[in-house]
Structure formats: C-alpha cells, structure tokens
Design a protein around this ligand. Structure first.
Ligand code: ADP
Length: 270
C-alpha cells in the first residue's frame, strides 16, 4: 500500500564522474492505475448498452421474413433506452472532464439560488411523476459562482433523492446561511446509506447498489460531479445518512461567495 517506486538514472559525466538522479514516481504510478481503472469502467459501462443495441440490429438484419419487419416498436423503445443511457454517460463524462480542467476561463456570475431551487424542485417533481412530495425553502440571497455547474450539481442531488427514495417519500431542498457556510441541502427520507459506504461515495462509478443505480438511470458519476463543482467554488460536500431513515447531502460554499439579491427593477415614470 505505502510502497514507493523510485526510478534511478545514472548520468555519466566524462570518464571519471557520474551522478545518480532519483525520481520518486509513486504518484505517477498511482495516477496511472486510477486512469486504467477509469478507462476499464467507462468501457464496461458502454459495452452493455451497445450489446443490447447490436443484438436488435442483428435481429433486424437476419430477419428473413419478407412481411412486416419483425423489429417492433417495443424493440425500438428498448434500443432508445440504451442509447439514452449512453448519451447520459457521455454527457456526464464531458461535464466531469470540463470540471477537472484547472480553472474556468470565464468570470463567476451572480447565481440566483432561490430561483434555481424553485426550478430544480419543479424538475424534480417531473422526474418523480408525483410519487414524492418535494418541498423547497430558500433565504433571499445569491451566490457568486458558475451557474451551469451549480445547476448541474443540485440537479444531480435531486435526481438521486428521487432515485433512492421509495414512492410516498419526502424530499426537501433548502438554501440558508450557517455560521461557517452557505448551505444548499437536499434531504430525503429514502433508503439511506450504511456508514461503511460513505467515504467512497464521490468516487467515479462507485455505487452502493449497482443494479438499482443503473435501472433508475444513474451513471455513477453524479456525486463525482457535485464534488468537483464544490472544489471549484472552494466548498465541501457534507453527507449525512442513516440506512432506512434517509440522507442529507449538503453543498457548503464559503461565506465570502454571498451576494445580495438583485434589486427588483420597478417601472418608473420619472
Ligand atoms: P448514481 O448515478 O449511481 O446515482 P452517484 O455518483 O450520483 O451515482 O451516487 C453514487 C451512489 O451513492 C449511488 O449509486 C447510490 O448508491 C448512493 N446514493 C447517492 N445518493 C443517494 C441518496 N439520496 N440516498 C441513498 N443513496 C444514495
């Protein structure tokens, strides 16, 4: 685990002298292994839907039946589902790779979090299809940050809350100041997470229950995206959870990022 890898280079200088240069390449090797795991994971995630789609295409090609094509609507629907799954994965991968670039080449903007929360809650209700009660509350202040990134982070947390909360459950989205942080929390009373899984939750492709995640459209990248959005804003992701009781995911932003709500522009006749 803690082994080090040292590379030795002997540099000969003239006839009598040589120097030995050592390089500690432990970190490089670790990165290599992370990269290999990542490529293996992505390949695996793409292979399954491709196999399904290819199977139906083969079926259509080999169909000798001269009558109506044997590939029916239900096959097309299944192919579409798998193609959608690949799109979601590729989109999440692109989002993540953009987030991992050193720093964005644009200035932060004023993010109207209360408005954003209202919209995300509405989207959450649409994904839930009325099976969950989704409530929201927000103190009236804004955040200095990157709007698209914060929107994608809250969207991921709300989608997860819906995904891992049985019908009839309650999900709340709140935005408030705490003494140390500006906190955007998504709380659910769903299946919860056992403590031993918590430390690895934000790793790419880490899932507690693989089939539940996949069946409900998860890519395994959502929390990795949330974590990177927070790193970019100098913040933290706090996760509290109890199996069978529910989970709270809190995005904590530095208080320096607080911005006033924009003035409501009134029509004036002067
Ligand atoms: P996924 O696409 O699988 O949801 P995420 O990175 O968003 O990937 O989440 C990683 C894992 O964390 C999920 O597979 C699930 O096991 C667990 N998880 C995330 N959010 C919740 C939640 N609100 N309740 C219970 N488990 C959760």
């Amino acid at each position: 685990e803690n082994a080090q890898t040292i590379e030795l280079h002997v540099v000969v200088l003239g006839r009598k002298n040589a120097v030995i240069v050592t390089h500690d390449v432990t970190d490089r090797e670790k990165l290599d292994s992370i990269r290999r795991d990542f490529v293996a994971n992505v390949s695996h995630e793409l292979r399954t839907p491709l196999t399904v789609i290819n199977g139906f295409i083969d079926l259509a090609i080999s169909s000798k039946d001269p009558g109506p094509v044997r590939i029916g609507r239900e096959h097309l629907a299944l192919m579409k589902e798998q193609a959608d799954r690949m799109s979601r994965l590729v989109n999440d991968l692109l989002t993540l790779s953009k987030l991992e670039e050193s720093s964005p080449d644009r200035a932060p903007e004023t993010v109207n979090v209360p408005v954003m929360i209202r919209e995300t809650a509405k989207e959450g209700r649409a994904i839930s299809g009325g099976r969950h009660e989704i409530t929201e509350s927000a103190e009236p202040f804004c955040l200095k940050g990157y709007k698209d990134e914060i929107l994608s982070a809250i969207g991921n947390l709300v989608a997860n809350a819906v995904r891992y909360t049985p019908p009839g459950g309650h999900i709340s989205i709140t935005w408030k100041r705490s003494p140390e942080w500006l906190e955007l929390a998504v709380k659910d009373d769903g299946i919860g997470i056992a403590p031993e899984f918590l430390p690895r939750l934000t790793e790419r492709f880490y899932r507690v229950d693989k089939s539940r995640s996949r069946d409900s459209g998860g890519t395994g990248l959502g929390l990795a995206i949330v974590k990177h959005v927070l790193i970019r804003h100098g913040g933290h992701l706090k996760i509290e959870s109890e199996p069978g009781k529910g989970s709270t995911f809190t995005m904590q932003f530095p208080t320096e990022l607080e911005m006033p709500m924009p003035e409501v522009i009134q029509d004036s006749d002067t």
